[in-house]
Every structure is written in C-alpha cells, then in structure tokens.
Design a protein around this ligand. Structure first.
Ligand code: HEC
Length: 133
C-alpha cells in the first residue's frame, strides 16, 4: 500500500517541471526581483499623491503622509468601516470611495498592488500583528 505522503510526492513530481521542483535562482535573479518590487513600491508612492484615484482632488497623503496610520501589518483584522474581518486592500478601497469619492480598484489591479507595496515598504521590520487594534 502506498502511503498518502508518497502519493503526494509522486503526484507533485509528475506535475511540476524539473526547473520548478528544483527552485533554483541566482543572486542576479534576487537583485532583479528586488528591483521590480522597488519599482512597484515607487509607483505606489506616486499614487499616494495622485488625485486621479478619486474625483474631488483629495489624495491619500493628506491624511496618511508617508503611509502613516495605515498599519498594513495588522491585516487581516476587524474594521468598523467594513463591519467584518477584512484585508488591507478593502480599506484602501474604502478610502478611495469615501474621502476620495472614487471607484473601487480590483484586488489585483496593478495600482492596488502598488499602493499596498508602498504601505508595506514603509513598515518594513515592524512585526506582523494580524487582528491588532
Ligand atoms: C480625509 C482623510 C483620508 C484620506 C484622504 C484617506 N484616508 Fe485612509 N483612512 C482615513 C480614516 C478616517 C480611516 C479610518 C481610521 C480607522 O478607523 O482605522 C482610514 C483608514 C485607512 C486604512 C486602514 C488603517 C488601519 O489602521 O487599519 C488604510 C490602509 C488607508 N486608510 C489607506 C488610504 C489610502 C491608500 C488612501 C488614498 C487612496 C487614503 N487612505 C485616503 C482617512 C483618510
């Protein structure tokens, strides 16, 4: 009888191409990936002062300079505005809809990813504290 663990290993070996299974990467890859992250975070930094996210000229930085008081490390958590446990991007949309009077961004919209990349980058090194108020 083949154990469940062996089955899983066999199934994975059959499904994954060798390169993916080996998961090899070089220092140059890491440098390129970091540069791509930094580029997306920089895009988020400029969106933070971009009134085109809304319709009334208000920008994120007016209330959250340098992403202050966004607490990305506390998500997911209960937020009063959502009435349930939600994600960071849902609160970003809440602010886009309310103070900025704009339209929701999809969770995987490159602008939403950039806004979050910037907020997280500003909080680098702060311990994760999901659910914290
Ligand atoms: C007019 C002021 C104002 C503007 C402009 C504004 N926000 Fe907010 N933001 C708030 C308030 C008020 C809250 C709710 C605070 C709370 O209860 O946590 C909030 C909450 C948040 C939170 C959750 C904070 C937490 O502690 O969990 C995030 C993230 C956030 N805003 C991001 C943004 C982004 C991104 C923009 C621009 C698209 C933006 N905000 C624009 C006032 C503003």
């Amino acid at each position: 009888m083949i154990s469940r663990k062996t089955w899983t290993a066999l199934a994975l070996a059959a499904l994954l191409p060798v390169s993916a299974a080996a998961d090899e990467f070089t220092a140059a890859d890491v440098e390129r990936w970091q540069a791509q992250f930094d580029e997306v975070a920089a895009e988020g930094r400029s969106l933070w002062t971009d009134s085109a996210l809304g319709t009334n000229g208000v920008v994120c930085a007016q209330c959250h300079p340098n992403a202050a008081n966004t607490h990305p490390e506390t998500y997911p958590k209960f937020q009063k505005q959502l009435g349930r446990v939600g994600q960071l991007w849902e609160m970003i949309n809440w602010c886009i809809r309310n103070p900025l009077e704009g339209e929701n961004l999809a969770a995987d919209d490159p602008k939403m990813i950039a806004l979050q990349a910037y907020a997280y980058k500003e909080r680098r090194g702060v311990p994760l504290a999901p659910g914290k108020h």
